[in-house]
Design a protein around this ligand. Structure first.
Ligand SMILES: Cc1cc2nc3c(=O)[nH]c(=O)nc-3n(C[C@H](O)[C@H](O)[C@H](O)COP(=O)(O)OP(=O)(O)OC[C@H]3O[C@@H](n4cnc5c(N)ncnc54)[C@H](O)[C@@H]3O)c2cc1C
Length: 335
């Protein structure tokens, strides 16, 4: 019996507990350090039991598919909880006066919601087909593309806190903005600055918002309110959207989508490109030569390589245009 199994049995849990789990396996950048503890719950009840079993003060990082996440090379203190193996239920939902919809647990992949809706002649979730994360991550980020945003179609969400208390919440409970979701009344702590050789890197102007993993309440499900319509037309829209992505994004190499939010009235990619940074390399990380708001891992990039390029882009755009880029990707852990 290994250490993980012993830990689990002692706590009476049914999920899988791992120590020193390399996060490069779990984030789309395929880079970065290890999580001190990782937990893969068996289902929602098991997740709740696990949260209740944690010592007070243990940092918790709820994680979906890691498609917007960078863990620094020194690793992550605390416990990462993965939703994608456990919270997988998806079904039709009857929202009473609100009409029809889809209920999906937090670990369901966004493209699955888009396809499931189309299959059931429900329209309005097509944009989710292009977002390679989970429902939980999309709720936390207010993920969106091509004119659609996650919270535009949310009827209500289900959350859980550290004590295991479940709550049904609606949009009115949150301040929702572009790639930003803040539970009203919650302060958002900034990302820790990068410490290197005794120097503190200029701390980015983080973060306008976001339900960060270290808040004490997490998404476990959402009901999406969708309109009745043509499933065939919806599937056509999804195909079109995916074609556009393949044409414009460097999907062949590990990346985390857009690194920066677009500033009001402009595009982060345009600004970075205008600084001459397309193709700029740091170790094995590169500012994509296809889309300047993407950083790709050409094989063996470290989180430090990626973060160095992020800082370079921020500094260059600030110097040339006086614009402060805001990060869309979440950076956690120790350098
Ligand atoms: C190729 C590519 C294209 C992309 N295109 C887009 C795009 O068009 N539009 C867009 O918006 N994004 C895009 N992204 C970014 C990313 O897919 C989204 O931000 C996505 O919503 C993240 O989901 P995730 O499950 O991977 O979250 P993760 O990366 O695992 O986590 C992201 C944040 O959400 C928090 N979180 C995760 N699950 C929960 C939960 N259950 N409860 C509370 N907090 C949680 C985490 O703590 C973390 O802070 C793209 C990424 C890639 C790699």
């Amino acid at each position: 019996m290994n250490m993980a199994e012993t830990d689990n049995l002692a706590a009476g849990l049914r999920g899988e507990l791992k120590r020193s789990e390399p996060m490069a396996r779990h984030v789309s950048w395929r880079a970065g350090g290890a999580a001190r503890t990782a937990y893969f719950p068996a289902d929602l009840d098991d997740l709740i039991a696990f949260l209740r079993s944690l010592p007070a003060g243990e940092p918790v990082h709820m994680t979906g598919l890691g498609s917007n996440l960078l863990v620094r090379d020194g690793g992550l203190r605390g416990t990462v909880i993965f939703t994608h193996r456990a919270l997988r239920e998806i079904r039709l939902d009857h929202l009473g006066a609100l009409g029809g919809g889809v209920y999906a647990e937090a670990g369901v992949a966004c493209p699955k919601v888009a396809r499931y809706a189309a299959l059931n002649e429900l329209v309005g979730a097509e944009f989710l087909a292009g977002i390679p994360g989970t429902v939980g991550g999309a709720l936390a980020m207010n993920a969106g593309c091509y004119g659609g945003e996650t919270w535009d179609i949310v009827a209500h969400v289900l959350t859980v806190d550290r004590t295991g208390k479940k709550r049904a919440r609606t949009r009115e409970d949150y301040e929702i903005d572009y790639r930003s979701v803040v539970l009203r009344g919650h302060e958002i702590p900034p990302s820790p600055p990068l410490l290197k050789g005794g120097e503190v890197s200029p701390s980015p102007p983080l973060l306008k918002g976001g339900v960060r993993g270290d808040l004490e309440e997490w998404f476990v499900a959402a009901s999406f309110r969708l309109k009745r319509g043509s499933g065939a037309a919806s599937r056509g829209k999804i195909t079109e959207l995916l074609k556009r992505r393949i044409a414009t994004q460097p999907l062949g190499e590990p990346n985390a989508g857009s690194v920066f939010r677009n500033p009001q009235g402009d595009y982060a990619a345009r600004l970075i490109e205008a600084c001459g940074l397309k193709g700029r390399v740091m170790g094995d990380a590169m500012i994509s030569d296809k889309h300047a708001n993407f950083i790709v891992n050409r094989g063996g990039a470290s989180a430090a390589d990626i973060e160095a390029l992020i800082l370079l882009a921020e500094q260059s755009v600030k110097e040339k245009f006086g614009i402060t880029l805001e990060r869309e990707v979440r950076i956690v852990g120790e350098a």
